[in-house]
Design a binder for this molecule. Structure first.
Ligand SMILES: CC(C)(COP(=O)(O)OP(=O)(O)OC[C@H]1O[C@@H](n2cnc3c(N)ncnc32)[C@H](O)[C@@H]1OP(=O)(O)O)[C@@H](O)C(=O)NCCC(=O)NCCS
Length: 160
């Protein structure tokens, strides 16, 4: 774990770095195009966080949205391939869950490729469970797993 990293809000000013990092994190066909990232980073219902090294280089990001019914939806999570297994994915997920809670969400949900065992291992470690299989969810025909996690409804829940 690199101690000097910081987690900050990611804004549309980070668009180019986010787009470049997204392309290195995801395989062809799974990346977001620049217009979609621009749309997300300018949408008031979207929450985005980035993790930065001391030299301000972005090495990971997470994007989520607040949906009706108190649902926080994790849309994208990526960590630079050279900076994986240092706890950054976990830190980003914890940051977006905190933000979901601050916006009143009571459940977090996400979709993950059925064969993405690395991400599934991270999510399971964080308390997510598979609630549904979504056949042919991705454009290349692959299935997704829907994973959900109840969120604490108030900070005091952490102490019960
Ligand atoms: C999934 C991803 C975000 C994880 O980021 P990361 O910074 O490496 O994750 P962390 O270091 O916080 O890992 C926390 C725990 O998750 C699990 N985990 C993470 N990567 C794993 C892997 N490749 N294999 C097995 N378990 C893994 C481990 O339990 C790990 O704890 P440990 O390192 O103490 O064993 C990263 O691999 C990534 O960007 N992948 C490509 C994009 C992607 O798949 N995003 C998710 C789409 S739904």
């Amino acid at each position: 774990m690199v101690r000097e990293v910081s987690i900050r809000p990611m804004t549309v000013r980070d668009l180019d770095q986010c787009w470049e990092l997204d392309q290195r994190c995801f395989a062809d066909g799974e990346t977001y195009d620049r217009d979609t990232l621009h749309y997300l980073l300018t949408n008031p219902l979207v929450i985005a966080r980035k993790i930065e090294l001391p030299d301000r280089r972005m090495v990971g990001f997470v994007i989520g949205s607040i949906e009706s019914g108190g649902v926080g939806h994790v849309i994208a999570l990526g960590v630079d391939p050279q900076w994986r297994r240092r706890g950054f994915g976990r830190l980003l997920m914890e940051a977006i869950e905190d933000a979901f809670c601050e916006h009143g969400a009571t459940i977090a949900r996400l979709e993950v490729r059925a064969d993405n065992h690395a991400a599934q291992a991270l999510y399971e470690k964080l308390g997510y469970t598979v609630t549904q299989r979504l056949p042919r969810y991705y454009t290349n025909g692959e299935d997704a797993l829907l994973m959900t996690k109840p969120l604490p409804t108030s900070p005091s829940d952490d102490w019960i």
